[in-house]
Design a protein around this ligand. Structure first.
Ligand SMILES: [Zn+2]
Length: 261
């Protein structure tokens, strides 16, 4: 099977090196590539590469990634005029990519997803778990916007510590990862204390785990996937097993559930 990975943000966890066609080539952004404000290739740089990959009939699977709306949302806020203009331009580009598939529509499945949602900060103070630690049950935390990974001191009852974390002002959820780690989620608009804050939008909170899920195409499987999505809201981990099922690949045990089951 021939595959292509055309991505603005080429991270190791995506394993894009296994694709037959990979851009940026070798994972290195070619000199002179137009970049967005966070240093990722701009949509206009990804566009011709993606159009070329979609135009190659030999490609059975094409993975594309457009990053600009993420950068503009983080910098200006997800509902800012700058972000909305970027969403419109991205939407137009997606339309162009779909047009490129028109002559093979009957055998095509298109899935458009995001990796996270985004929210704006309210005016309340950041949440600092170490400043709300009267019992000394935790000793460190790693913040990511509206979520934080909190390290519990050895010997502490994780359930009691979890309940105490939930009582901190601004905390909405606490999920125990194991006996020494808790994942704490903030209420909408709240952020965990960090050395640096995004100027506009941020993620991490339970609210921002919501993602885009659009499926279309002329392939008969599209109706089945669409039906499954009306019954159960897809989780990000469901896409890999769903795509694997479409391509006839056995992934073995994975976290998600195929929407084609
Ligand atoms: Zn982001």
């Amino acid at each position: 099977m021939r595959t292509a990975a055309i991505v603005a943000d080429d991270r190791g966890l995506l394993c894009t090196e296994s694709a037959d066609r990979r851009w940026p080539p070798g994972g290195t952004i070619p000199p002179g590539t137009p970049l967005d404000a966070h240093g990722y290739p701009a949509n206009r740089a990804v566009r011709p590469q993606l159009l070329q990959a979609l135009g190659e009939e030999a490609n059975d699977f094409v993975f594309g990634h457009l990053n600009e709306s993420d950068t503009v949302g983080h910098d200006n806020g997800p509902e800012s005029e700058a972000a909305r203009a970027c969403y419109r331009a991205t939407d137009q580009l997606v339309g162009e990519l779909l047009d490129a598939l028109a002559d093979r529509w009957a055998e095509t499945v298109v899935a458009v997803v995001s990796d996270h949602d985004m929210q704006s900060r309210n005016t309340s103070d950041p949440i600092d778990p170490l400043a709300n630690n009267t019992q000394g049950w935790w000793d460190a935390f790693i913040p990511d916007g509206g979520a934080a990974l909190v390290h519990l001191v050895p010997g502490v009852d994780p359930r009691e510590a979890g309940l105490a974390l939930e009582r901190i002002d601004g905390v909405e959820t606490c999920v125990l990862s194991n006996d020494s780690l808790a994942i704490v989620g903030a209420q909408p608009g709240r952020i965990f204390a960090a050395p640096m804050y995004p100027a506009g939008g941020f993620h991490g909170a339970p609210l921002t785990a919501r993602t885009v899920a659009l499926v279309g195409g002329g392939h008969p499987a599209v109706a089945r996937i669409a039906h499954a999505m009306t019954v159960r809201r897809p989780h990000l981990t469901d896409w890999a097993p769903t795509i694997a099922a479409l391509l006839g690949i056995d992934l073995g045990p994975v976290d998600g559930l195929s929407l084609l089951r």
